[in-house]
Design a protein around this ligand. Structure first.
Ligand code: AMP
Length: 438
């Protein structure tokens, strides 16, 4: 079905044409008519499916050309990067209209965000924590919200945002349209959906957790201490110009970056401990080619929006099989071909098995010529994590949500809540700017 049969306003069709989209992606074809119709939507869709346009286009259409003081659309997103990216899409597609949007996230000053609400805004895209701060301080008014979008809802739950979301919802009218997007459907997501959505149209664009056929997936079996040499070799030999590498921990990401740099491969790390400035700089460098390798943790990587990212490498397999699907979904987007290589150590065989079970096929094994795959004496010393006793080589993956893995956003939340509690009754403006810093 072509775009012009979906019922979108001419200015939006122009924006779509200007973006170079020739036809709607499957989720757009299904979601746009439902959203235009005012229905609730429950959509299983991961990044790369075109889900952002699937809700921004019809919502822009519904807002029309009129401006109002109070926001009418609220989009909640798990990370600053994703929020910024959604806001960017709103601006791209809404270029010719009068609709004003703003993005709200932590780690930056409060004043410009407060000023946005004062001035009046139609669409607010926000991470839950900072928005809640603004609501509790009386700077934001959501009493006119007509549509609420929960984007990457599974991630928001993973990051411990459920309580913040519930608190934000108290400020949003109960009678509204609600759209929920999630890559996976855990019991918790189903429960959330059951509470928030009213007779939703259910959209499932790809069979759950099916990996796109256009992504060429490979596994290299390699002992852990040799992974870095194999990675450098693969990048150099194949001339990979833009590689996204997933590391399991922030510490691991930092260390790998340094090592790649010393191998002559310009690399940067992207994870939750990086300041907003450092993240933006790393992403810009990666996009413009100054940085060849971006090493990211799962959560930080969710917000990277780069058209046709060609190569994704799993330096370590994720502990949760679904994350594998998210990760490789970063390549092969919007019809492009992509390549995903996983470096799998002997201690990761079980994880690999689980992933293959989930995606329903065996991933092709690949050998890499010219590098020793087996660890030597020197590797051990070189690769051993600093200040950690060697537990006999058993590199047991940390449990999900445990200290080692990914982004410790819930920890940040707790810190923020504590600081909010500490300020109770007082004037918070003094600590405001830094209270939610990262
Ligand atoms: P998303 O799943 O929203 O993160 O979008 C993934 C990518 O697909 C973005 O870079 C969009 O610019 C692109 N995209 C969205 N809709 C289309 C479309 N109909 N045709 C081609 N590319 C699209």
């Amino acid at each position: 079905m072509p775009f012009d049969q979906l019922g979108l306003a001419p200015s939006l069709l122009e924006a779509v044409a200007a973006a170079g989209y020739s036809e709607p992606t499957p989720i757009q074809a299904k979601a746009i008519p439902a959203v235009l119709d005012g229905q609730d939507v429950l959509a299983a869709a991961q990044t790369g499916t075109g889900k952002t346009a699937a809700f921004t286009l019809p919502l822009l259409h519904r807002l029309g050309e009129s401006q109002e003081k109070k926001p009418r659309v609220l989009v909640l997103a798990p990370t600053r990067e994703l929020a910024a990216q959604v806001n960017e899409s709103v601006r791209t597609y809404g270029k010719s209209g009068a609709i004003r949007s703003t993005v709200i996230f932590g780690g930056v000053g409060y004043q410009p965000q407060i000023a946005q609400f004062k001035k009046g805004v139609d669409i607010v895209v926000a991470t839950p924590g900072r928005l809640l701060d603004l609501l509790q301080e009386g700077h934001a008014d959501l009493s006119n919200i007509q549509t609420l979008v929960l984007d990457e809802a599974d991630r928001m739950l993973d990051m411990g945002f459920i309580h913040d979301i519930k608190r934000v919802l108290k400020y949003v009218p109960e009678k509204r349209q609600t759209l929920l997007f999630s890559a996976t459907f855990s019991k918790d997501i189903r429960k959330l959906a059951a509470n928030l959505l009213h007779k939703p149209v259910e959209i499932d664009v790809a069979p759950r957790n099916a990996t796109a056929d256009r992504i060429d997936q490979k596994v290299v079996m390699v002992e852990k201490p040799r992974k870095r040499a194999v990675l450098s070799h693969l990048i150099k030999e194949n001339g990979w110009h833009q590689v996204l590498v997933f590391a399991r921990t922030k510490h691991g990401a930092n260390r790998l970056c340094k090592q790649l740099d010393s191998d002559g491969l310009p690399a940067a790390a992207l994870h939750g401990n990086k300041s907003q400035n450092a993240r933006t700089k790393a992403l810009d460098g990666f996009k413009n080619g100054d940085i060849q390798v971006l090493v990211a943790t799962d959560i930080a990587a969710r917000g990277i929006d780069i058209e046709s990212l060609p190569y994704v490498v799993n330096f370590e397999l994720p502990n949760v099989s679904e994350d594998y699907v998210h990760r490789i979904g970063r390549t092969g987007r919007a019809g492009e071909a992509g390549e995903a290589v996983s470096l799998v150590g002997p201690d990761e065989r079980k994880l690999l098995k689980d992933i293959e079970k989930l995606i329903g096929k065996q991933i092709e094994r690949m050998t890499v010529e010219g590098v020793d795959m087996r660890a030597g004496e020197n590797d051990e010393a070189d690769e051993r994590p600093a200040r950690r006793p060697n537990n006999g080589g058993g590199n047991r993956p940390p449990k999900r949500g445990g200290g080692g893995g990914g982004n410790n956003a819930p920890g940040r939340n707790q810190q923020r809540r504590r600081s909010r509690g500490g300020n109770r009754g007082g004037n918070r403006s003094g600590g405001g700017g830094g209270g939610n810093g990262s």
